[in-house]
Design a binder for this molecule. Structure first.
Ligand code: SF4
Length: 175
């Protein structure tokens, strides 16, 4: 199976890749994350992923659009429920790339995080699959989350302290 794995960061990728490889699936990684702010944070996460991919011998496709303004414009009307827009933006881009470049399926490292809205991600992934004519590979990667974080710390990866958008940074540090 030729699988394109949308990747939000290196720490979340470790166990997703290990789980897929254990099932004899060797994914290519796809970076597209206009939800990560500010730019220095975006750069830290992206560059850590580049190192991880190089160390692991993984193909990494970078859609390196910082995209701050478009992202803010997209969520501004519904800040209290902004995550579905955030998931959709990233998964539709991944599905489109997968369909255009001959992948059988796509998935996302967002499915490993116990802090994300897992079932919303799954639904949006399946919608994007139907829209672009490529399969959404669903897997509940969450059992590997803690182990992946531990491995990331052992390898001295950059570890983010908040989800990504500037609003999540405020939620993390204000009060
Ligand atoms: S909290 Fe996380 S998932 Fe939700 S909009 Fe912000 S970056 Fe995206």
């Amino acid at each position: 199976m030729k699988l394109l794995l949308h990747t939000c960061c290196a720490p979340c990728s470790i166990q997703c890749v290990e789980t897929l490889r254990a099932g004899d699936i060797h994914p290519d990684l796809f970076w597209y994350n206009p939800n990560i702010h500010p730019y220095t944070e975006y750069r830290s996460r992206r560059d850590t992923l580049i190192k991880f991919a190089g160390d692991e011998g993984l193909e990494l496709i970078l859609d390196d659009e910082y995209g701050l303004r478009a992202f803010i414009a997209g969520v501004l009307g519904n800040l209290g429920n902004r995550c579905p827009y955030c998931y959709r933006t990233r998964l539709e881009k991944t599905a489109a790339f997968a369909a255009e470049h001959g992948y059988d399926s796509f998935s996302t490292t967002l499915l490993i995080s116990p802090y994300q809205k897992h079932e919303v991600i799954r639904g949006i992934g399946e919608d994007a699959a139907a829209r672009y004519g490529v399969q959404f590979f669903y897997r509940d990667f969450r059992p590997g989350f803690r182990e992946g974080q531990k491995q990331a710390r052992e390898q001295s990866f950059y570890m983010q302290k908040y989800c990504g958008c500037i609003f999540s940074e405020e939620e993390r540090y204000l009060n």
